[in-house]
Design a protein around this ligand. Structure first.
Ligand code: COA
Length: 302
């Protein structure tokens, strides 16, 4: 496909799109590290795009080499696009646009009416040119280096711990608790986090034994984290911070969730970077981004 660069040169793009598969894992992870400029990889998330269906994950190749990636997960009421990446050496040459248009075509064939994403500053323009509308910031916070002392809340998380057996037997209840807040059933996604490390899938209950929150303490990130009230949120946070992490833990949360931002501030979390929450199509109203959703699973899974 010929295209004109900003300098006016005529360039020929030579990217070929293919479905992402297990054998692409290592090479794609290298592209993600380069595009996002991180030391750590994202194989755990890549693996989930293969396991959790319906999803559509694709790589862009130039010659034999993988140079781009993008994916979407269709939850039904809405889809989420994530992990869009072009290797720095090909950025600005049309790979990102090709990947996005492939994903939008796939979602269109599934009659998706609402598509959500959290765009980094370099992605906003690309999405706006495809009809996405800005909603509000999505913030990435990370626990500060000096935040050694955890405030002493009336910590009750451990009292309400559901044993592994109990979570397993009650998973449907957990999914039902989550669904009205998240805005869609995400049984398979939650199960995949649970199956990976059941002991880090924290669930709290109220005095009557009803689930009032859960938090997945991933190796680097806290989330998904959904709560009915601020007490459950703090119990779960204090509990989660007892676990070891690969780095100071981070949280991805809507900039409009004041309750979460206040809580994280008290526990020594600081804003590290800001993304732009965007939607395409019908604006979703049945989602609790500013109240109950205290943390996304990842930027791409919502
Ligand atoms: C965002 C990203 C995936 C776009 O891929 P790409 O292959 O560079 O994008 P394209 O060449 O298809 O360009 C698409 C549009 O985005 C613009 N664009 C590309 N990189 C940009 C940047 N860093 N800042 C602002 N705009 C940018 C291009 O100018 C183009 O707009 P135009 O058609 O009006 O000229 C890629 O830059 C990237 O991997 N960024 C780092 C990782 C990241 O932040 N990913 C999340 C994105 S939400």
């Amino acid at each position: 496909m010929p295209m004109t660069t900003s300098e006016g040169d005529l360039k020929t793009t030579s990217f070929v799109l293919q479905p992402f598969s297990e054998k692409d894992m290592d090479e794609t992870d290298i592209v993600l590290r380069a595009a996002y400029r991180t030391q750590y990889g994202r194989k755990d998330t890549l693996k989930r795009y293969l396991e959790i269906q319906p999803s559509h994950a694709i790589v862009a190749r130039e010659g034999e080499e993988i140079v781009g990636f993008g994916a979407t997960r269709d939850y039904g009421p809405f889809a989420y696009i994530g992990l869009m990446a072009a290797h720095p050496k090909v950025q600005g040459r049309g790979a990102g646009r090709m990947i996005l248009e492939e994903i939008l075509g796939w979602l269109s064939s599934r009659q998706s009416r609402t598509i959500l994403l959290d765009a980094s500053p370099s992605g906003v323009h690309l999405y706006e040119t495809h009809g996405f509308v800005r909603v509000e910031p999505t913030l990435v916070l990370q626990r500060s280096k000096s935040a050694h002392i955890v405030p002493d809340p009336s910590f009750s998380g451990r009292n309400y711990e559901m044993g592994t057996q109990e979570v397993e037997g009650n998973f449907a209840k957990l999914v039902s608790f989550d669904e009205p807040f998240f805005g869609a059933n995400r049984d398979s996604l939650l199960r995949s986090y649970y199956d990976d490390e059941p002991q880090r899938f924290l669930v709290s209950k109220d005095m009557k034994g009803r689930i009032n929150g859960f938090l997945v303490a991933q190796a680097r990130t806290l989330g998904p984290w959904v709560v009915k009230d601020s007490k459950a949120a703090e119990d779960l946070l204090a509990w989660a911070l007892e676990f070891p992490f690969e780095d100071r833990p981070s949280v991805i949360v809507s900039g409009s969730n004041k309750g979460c931002l206040d809580l994280l501030g008290r526990y020594g979390f600081e804003v590290q970077r800001s993304m732009q929450h965007m939607y395409w199509g019908v604006k979703p109203i049945h989602r609790a981004r500013s109240t109950a959703i205290y943390a996304q699973a990842t930027a791409g899974f919502g």
